[in-house]
Structure formats: structure tokens, C-alpha cells
Design a protein around this ligand. Sequence first.
Ligand code: SF4
Ligand code: SF4
Length: 435
Amino acid sequence: MPEVLDMFCYQCSQAAGGIACTKRGVCGKVPTVARLQDNLVFALKGMTAYLYHARELGYTDPQIDAFLEKAFYTTFTNVNFDPSTFVSYALKTGEMNIRTMKLLKKAHIETFGEPVPTEVETGTRSGRAIIATGHSLKALYELLQQTKDTGINVYTHSELLPAHAYPGLKAYPHLAGNLGKAWFDQRQLFAKYPAAILGTSNCILIPTDAYRERMFTTGPTGLPGVQHIEGYEFAPLIEKAMELPYLEEEKGDVVLTTGFSKSVVLSLAEKIKQLVEEGKIRHFFLVGGCDSPTKKAEYYREFVQKLPRDTLVLTLACGKFRFNDLPLGEIEGIPRLIDLGQCNDAIVAIEIAEALSQLFGVGINELPLSLVLSWMEQKAVAILWSLLSLGIKNIRIGPVLPSWVNEDILKVLQEEYGLRLIREAEEDIKEILKV
Ligand code: SF4
Ligand code: SF4
């Protein structure tokens, strides 16, 4: 068994033994404070990703910037040793992240229009190709503009799937489909197709020799030995695509549907209310978040597969690729699988939950709604704190608990918020539905 460190801090010159403080800080910092500081830094980092994408489209908010400065400052050496401050700051980060996700949603909608449910092909057309991965709709838009009339087909991968539903992006006929699933299939997928590749944000993987020379990065991404493009000047990427052979036409295994915006879902609200009152919809689930290449994450497919037919599943982020090929059907015209979009569209899920709570005249925690989340990186941490800041209880999280959570922190999360780790899919379903 590896030694479990109480904490790990090496941010100042006093680090114990010139290496790190691992039991208690030389400055007096205790392990729970060190871990809460780590948690805060991760949540803040997650929030900055959304802020970055909003700024890409010209949207900023000085109140969020001011909060970031102060919150980061609390984590400096000899500034704040009070654990309760760091719980408050985590919750405040959650609130600020809601504000940030709203800003980004506004930027997306005002720039590209509000998404509409859209079917997306998962096969290839005959012709040259560029595959874009990551989250940046701005980078994808610039790429679509610059590849117009070149004969190059542009495919999305992973978190860019929801781009197909935005009117300002779907208007480009050479936005040809989505290839692959969540981020970690990149090495096989990118080696398989002779396409040029653009990484616009996380999650990108260090490429293999099979495709390194046809991969490009932009924005915050970077890879050793891979050409980086600034300012959305995609000429080198387009030139590379023009040198490459044609992709062969290949039918996809499935047609995916994405683009259930807030307006679309709320236009169904009265019908949903009626179906709930008639007992035809028993429960809503939000199953989504980041995906990760671990056996435990198979839980999410099993969970959705085993849900009774009188339940609806809202989903978002790349975790949906675990189950978005399942033919879940519909309940009197309401699709049982509703893809709300990227991870930042957690704001859409929140606003829908708030609208349902008004519609039914109960608090969010009294709704027949359960959240079953998967997390991988720091944006998911920011979103988790957003949900906690709204007082949402009994969230199930997996595939594992965050490693920086120690017993003290877990106790607070369990006692105050009922946060719990996923167990077996069937066991969780039975517990939620009380069957
Ligand atoms: S800030 Fe405190 S805990 Fe961190 S390295 Fe310096 S002395 Fe150690
Ligand atoms: S949702 Fe999370 S895991 Fe998936 S691509 Fe985005 S950052 Fe990566």
C-alpha cells in the first residue's frame, strides 16, 4: 500500500526538509486546510475554463474576475488558516461558477443562436477531413468559416458534439458529423482516420507517432512536437488536411440527437407536468459529467440501461457517450434521453430543475429528480460546488471520491449535503426509486 500523505504542500521555501510539508505545515497549516485549499484551487481552475471560453466570444464579468483574485489570494502562504473560510469560499466559487456558466451560455446563444434538437451522423463522408476536439465553439466556428468551399469536411469529437445543434454552426453543410466518443478514444480514432486534427481545449492526449504530424493545438492547449496555432489562423491546419488522402465513406453505427436547450425543454413543461400527474413519468435523472477510462465508469451505462421505462434521463458533458447510443425511446412524445450539451450546460440543467420546481410548487430537493454525476477534472469540481451552493442534496458521485477529500471533509459533505459515492447500479436505482 502506498503511504497516504495527510497533505502535500511545497509552495514556499519553508517546505519541510526542502521537499514538502506532508504532516502539518511548517507555517502551521493543518492537513484539512491544505486539502480545502487544494479543493478551492481546483474549483477556481475549473471556473476559469468557462470564463476563458466566454472571453473568446467577447463576454467578461469584472465581478467574477475580482472574486478570482481574492479567492486565489486566500491560498497563499500565511494568509488564511481558517478551515471554515475555505468551505465558504468553495461555496462562493460554486455561486460564481453559476454566474460564469450563465455568461458563457449567453455568449453561445447570442453568437450562435439557441440550440435546437439535431440529429448527428457518426459515420464519414468521402473526402478530406479535419476532426476538432475540445470545447471551443469559437475555434470551431472560425474553422468552419475558413474551410468553407475547400471541400474539407469538419467532424467534431467528444465535447464538441453539441456544436451541431447551434443554428450558427449547423448552417455550415460541411460540419459533417461526430466521430468517436469521449476524449480517451483519441489515440485509436485519430490513428484510424487520415484527417488533420485540432485540439481546442481539454481533454487532449499526448499523440502517438501515427498522427502527431497531422495534429494541431490552439488556445490553451499544447503538445510537444505539435504545431500550435494562435489567433484562429488555421491556414497550416487546412494545408495539412489538403495534403492528406480522402476518408472513405462509412456509415455510422448510430445517429445521435443533441441540442435540448432550456427553451426546448420548457416548451414541453406542461406536457411533462401532465405525464407526471398521470403517473406516466415517475422520476427524472441527471446522469452526466466527465467520462474517464476506468472499469468503474461502466456503472453509468448499466445505470441508464436498467432504469424503468417511466423515467427520463437528462445528460450533459462527455459522460453521455457511455449511454447515448441506447435506444431509450420516448414517453408520449417526450424523449427519454435528453442531451443538454457540454459540461458548462450544467447551467441549463440547473435552470430546468428550477423551472420544474416552480411548476410543481416544491423545492428542488422535493422534486422526483436525482443527480448521478461522473467527475474527472477540475471543471467538474466547480460544477459540484455550484450544485452544493444551491443546496442540492443527495448527489451521487463517481467513479471515485476526489483524492483531496479526507475524513473531515467527507463528513461535512455527507452530513450537510448527503453526498455519496456510487455503488452498484441496480442497488442505487432501487434506493432512489424506493422499490
Ligand atoms: S505554505 Fe506552509 S505548508 Fe505549504 S510549504 Fe510553506 S510552510 Fe509548508
Ligand atoms: S467533460 Fe470533462 S472529461 Fe470530458 S472532455 Fe470535457 S473536461 Fe474532459
